[in-house]
Design a protein around this ligand. Structure first.
Ligand code: GLA
Ligand code: ZN
Length: 692
């Protein structure tokens, strides 16, 4: 079943209004509502005194309108009494400053007293709602991840370290504490990476310590979540459990670990935030996030918060243009969402998020945005069942590595380098070719892919290196980029030239490197002059000077003291190939490489669309369902192969061209083929059963 719905805060509105809200939700085609996620002070107004009556009444009203309910555990927003009971449960910032009461997500994930309060409210909710016929599942907390540097975290860090290293000797060795005389002789001496005398934040600390601290904090949130998961699994075995994450850009938590305990991943998809003052959105940014969230469990996901209006706290973002909210929601579906839950229902009249716009206006009017989503609701009623459970299939994978990401937070290497942007620059080249890409972890099975991109795989374990090597050995094509293989798991620089453990596979060594100042770049020259048409792509940010052992140069630097030296190489290894790109470059670099990479991997991009028009396919068995999305403000013609039908409006597309108005979406399936011979040849017989 396709889930379509909204995040609703009945506690923000007079009870007399609830029935009208429920009716409007039903009329919008909604079947699901998320409730209670920040309602702790209403659910437990005083320690151990629970009040579920109001929530029961709200659910009853929604239930009458056929809506089912996802409940949030409310631990992201502790009531004042919880924090007054545990003043030391307020998070501590890297500066050592303890945050004040007032916002939300202000708690320390380690604090035993806080955790206990979290278990108590979770247990009470679980008991109360375990058998409620309208309740289908749970979202734990809200957008986990803020880092804490308090004394409780420090004590727990010591325990975590003892478990990991067993002895101080091993720890001192692993971190290299002999540097600056930091050899620890008692566990209790070990600090957390609070600000030191040097102004480089966590980067002023020992890199091994800082990386372990980030891993530790990630584990603390995983453990915090697990406590609630355990309660809910025990009390509510029929319900699903999820958590709302924040897409590819969020980097404080190892999302692969966090996802492991969940039934499926959810995430919060905002395209135009309060800080965004450009009207155009970059569709590949959302697409990458969808891929990253899908990749956490290799499974379809929910969008638990899909943008419903302009974002805004203190300032208000550019309003979503007519059609955009629906378009962005269809984009989510195109990349694997099986549920779209809009945030939020009605724009709040009070509180910090007064200007984070919902589907309804402050005064409760159902205006333009509501009408747009209501239209989508009617469409979902027709096509939802067809789409739900169909899957995105990819031959290309990008490896997202949280250890490397954390290590770059400690040492960016170059101020202009940003891990997520780098991933996106690469991803975008494939996205423009309308190719599906999975985002995977180092522990995933690479063998199902033909092309594996391992961008800036800075912290490289032997195990991952071995698995990458096997992938290439068996015929896979690898592309990797600077700073790969520089560090081992302790965040120590390896005792060999980069790319370290991948030097053999890549057939290349990094002889030396040059970290470029801001604004400095140089054109690359391809060894084969017909490699690339148009202006040459540029090296930026970082230049690895490469010495091939067995690899062939593909592109050379043209300037500076390493002019003429290889910048990009290609190596045959076993049945596969390994491409080493020695500079970061911008999107143009990867755009220049993409066709060649596809060739090496025996892949083709089948579909070409005008710029700004996205094409993404989901599969139900052998049957493709194509999503075509016009992200531009102009009408766009899209050439089609074969006869198609647009499921959204029933239109048959005989002409071979789909004319997509601005911000419009189409969902296409192949039309039945009349000629029985052709039918057999094209293998599209199945499609006939669906063509309407
Ligand atoms: C996040 C949160 C929501 C809300 C929105 C808008 O995604 O999960 O509770 O705060 O942002 O700010
Ligand atoms: Zn803490």
């Amino acid at each position: 079943m396709f889930r379509f719905g909204v995040d609703y805060y009945p506690e923000h509105w007079p009870e007399e209004r609830w029935a009208l809200d429920a009716r409007l939700m039903q009329e919008a085609g909604f079947n699901t509502v998320r409730l209670a996620e920040f309602a702790w002070s209403r659910l437990e107004p005083a320690p151990g005194r629970f009040d579920f009556d109001w929530l029961d009444r709200a659910i009853a009203i929604l239930q009458e309108r056929g809506l089912q309910v996802v409940l949030g555990t409310p631990t992201a927003s502790p009531p004042p009494w919880v924090m007054a009971m545990h003043p030391d449960a307020h998070r501590v910032l890297p500066s050592g400053l303890r945050v004040a009461y007032g916002n939300r997500r202000n708690y320390c994930p380690t604090h035993a007293g806080y955790r206990e309060r979290g278990r108590i409210i979770t247990q009470a909710m679980a008991e109360h709602y375990a058998h409620h016929p309208a309740v289908i599942g749970w979202q734990i907390d809200n957008e986990f991840g803020d880092r804490c540097y308090c004394e409780h975290c420090r004590a727990a860090f010591h325990v975590w370290l003892q478990h990991k290293y067993q002895s101080l000797d091993a720890l001192n060795e692993a971190w290299g504490t002999v540097f600056w005389s930091q050899v620890y002789t008692e566990w209790s001496q070990i600090p957390v990476p609070l600000e030191t005398a040097a102004p480089f934040g966590d980067g002023s600390h020992n890199p091994g310590l800082a990386l372990d601290y980030y891993r530790f904090l990630s584990d603390q949130y995983v453990a915090f979540q697990r406590e609630q998961v355990a309660i809910l699994r025990r009390r509510c075995p029929g319900h699903f459990i999820t958590h709302n994450m924040m897409g590819a850009g969020y980097d404080r938590l190892n999302y692969f670990d966090l996802a492991a305990d969940l039934d499926f991943v959810s995430w919060d998809n905002y395209r135009r935030m309060q800080w965004t003052f450009r009207p155009e959105v970059i569709p590949s940014e959302a697409a990458l996030s969808h891929a990253a969230m899908r990749g956490l469990k290799h499974k379809n996901f929910w969008v638990m918060e899909q943008q419903a209006g302009a974002g805004g706290w203190q300032i208000v973002s550019v309003a979503p243009r007519p059609g955009e909210l629906r378009l962005w929601a269809y984009q989510s579906i195109a990349h694997g969402a099986d549920a779209i839950i809009f945030f939020r229902w009605r724009t709040a009249r009070f509180g910090t998020e007064q200007y984070w716009h919902g589907l309804l206006e402050h005064d409760g009017r159902a205006g333009r945005r509501y009408a747009e989503i209501k239209q989508m609701g009617a469409e979902i009623a027709r096509v939802g069942a067809e789409i739900a459970g169909s899957e995105v299939r990819a031959n290309i994978a990008i490896l997202l590595d949280y250890d490397s990401r954390f290590a770059f937070q400690i040492q960016a290497n170059n101020p202009a380098f940003q891990y997520t942007n780098h991933l996106h620059d690469i991803y975008q080249a494939f996205h423009r070719r309308n190719l599906a890409v999975d985002v995977v972890s180092g522990r995933d099975d690479f063998s199902r892919y033909k092309l594996l991109i391992a961008p800036a795989l800075y912290v490289l374990t032997e195990e991952t290196a071995r698995r990458i090597e096997a992938f290439v050995q068996n015929g896979g094509v690898l592309m990797t980029t600077p700073r790969t293989g520089v560090k081992d798991a302790t965040n120590t620089v390896v005792n060999m030239p980069p790319p370290g453990l991948l030097a053999g596979v890549c057939g290349v060594e990094v002889e030396e490197y040059d970290s470029l100042p801001e604004g400095v770049s140089q054109p690359l020259a391809f060894v084969q002059s017909d490699f690339h048409n148009g202006p040459p792509p540029h090296a930026r940010i970082w230049c690895d000077v490469l010495r091939p052992s067995s690899a062939q140069p593909v592109a050379l630097y043209t300037q500076d003291y390493y002019a003429g030296k290889p910048a990009i190489t290609e190596n045959r290894y076993g049945a596969g190939r390994a491409v080493y790109v020695g500079t970061f470059g911008d999107g143009q670099l990867y755009a220049a490489l993409v066709d060649w990479l596809l060739d090496l991997a025996n892949l083709r991009s089948e579909i070409s669309t005008p710029p700004g028009v996205e094409w993404s396919t989901r599969w139900r068995g052998d049957r493709p369902i194509h999503f075509v999305l016009n992200h531009t403000r102009e009408r766009q013609p899209v050439n089609l192969k074969g006869r198609m039908r647009n499921l959204l409006n029933g239109e048959a597309l005989e002409s071979g061209v789909l004319e997509l108005p601005p911000y419009q979406a189409a969902i296409l399936t192949a039309e039945p083929v009349d000629d029985p011979m052709e039918d057999k040849v094209s293998g599209e017989k199945l499609a006939g059963a669906y063509g309407r």
